[in-house]
Design a protein around this ligand. Structure first.
Ligand SMILES: [Zn+2]
Length: 285
């Protein structure tokens, strides 16, 4: 199963990250290239692929993503590293037209640069931090603590009942859009427990027999989406309207129409979202 933001052809070269000489060699490599994000948005060529530029060896602030076909691939952001409040409304369409491996590389770059912008100070002592390990960590100048880019696990799930699946929508979504329910895994919780808790909290439905289906990164800013299917014993809904505007049980015909892009009960999530992959997997059985 192919999921969004995966499939980057990249050697992450973790073994080089603690070697300043290797980083200097990569910076000076004439084949090195740079992905320069503007307010975290990707540079794009006319054909929709990522627009890389030649590496500027003076940009020692760049993150070494890794090596592509043996050539170093760097990423950097513009400006002062502050994090934009919103992503561009056209970004998802841009990513839908991009080769999948490019969208995956962009996701890595975006999450890393965003993380650097949010972690300029040490969470332990408050001192200023500096990029370390070729951009894959930050080190505190006060207490020496190494901080690593975090990824936050999110469960996203279809509760199933008599051949139908539970979908919900949030008020901020485009009109007609419905998707699988989702929520962050909390401290001290298994994936299965998080699935059961979220479906109960948001829709008042008890589920069991949670099955893992697939996962994907979601670089807004840096989640790991864990897609599951679970069985509901009862189809009575008790919707938490602080989380969801609406929820309903979608039939196979509803899902078929939405995936085909036809007018119907709801509009399916975009191609890069694992909710769509999950709906497709469920529909195929
Ligand atoms: Zn510190």
């Amino acid at each position: 199963m192919t999921t969004g933001f995966t499939g980057a052809t990249l050697d992450r070269a973790d073994h080089e990250r603690d070697d300043p000489a290797a980083f200097a060699r990569a910076l000076a490599d004439p084949a090195a290239r740079l992905l320069l994000l503007t307010a975290l948005e990707p540079p794009v060529r006319a054909d929709g692929a990522l627009a890389w530029v030649a590496m500027d060896a003076a940009r020692s602030d760049a993150v070494l993503l890794g090596y592509m076909d043996g050539a170093p691939a760097f990423a950097a952001g513009d400006g002062d590293g502050t994090v934009p409040a919103m992503r561009s409304p056209t970004l998802m369409a841009t990513l839908a037209n991009m080769p999948a491996s490019d969208a995956a590389l962009y996701g890595i770059a975006r999450s890393l640069i965003d993380w650097h912008g949010r972690h300029r100070f040490c969470a332990k002592c408050g001192h200023v931090t500096q990029a370390a390990r070729a951009g894959w960590a930050r080190k505190c100048g006060g207490c020496g603590t190494l901080h690593f880019p975090r990824t936050d696990p999110v469960v996203i799930m279809l509760a199933e009942h008599t051949g139908r699946v539970l979908l919900g929508r949030q008020p901020s979504w485009p009109a007609g859009r419905y998707s699988a329910l989702a929520g962050f895994v909390e401290v001290g919780e298994s994936i299965e427990e998080a699935v059961a808790r979220e479906v109960m909290e948001e829709a008042g439905v008890a589920v069991q027999a949670v099955r893992y289906v697939a996962s994907q990164p979601w670089p807004f800013p840096s989640q790991l989406m864990i897609a599951c299917v679970a069985q509901a014993a009862d189809d009575t809904l008790r919707i938490d309207t602080t989380e969801l505007e609406d929820a309903f049980w979608a039939s196979r015909d509803d899902v078929a129409a939405a995936l085909a892009g036809e007018e119907g009960r709801f509009i399916a999530p975009p191609r890069q979202a694992i909710a769509r992959t999950l709906l497709e997997a469920w529909f195929r059985g």
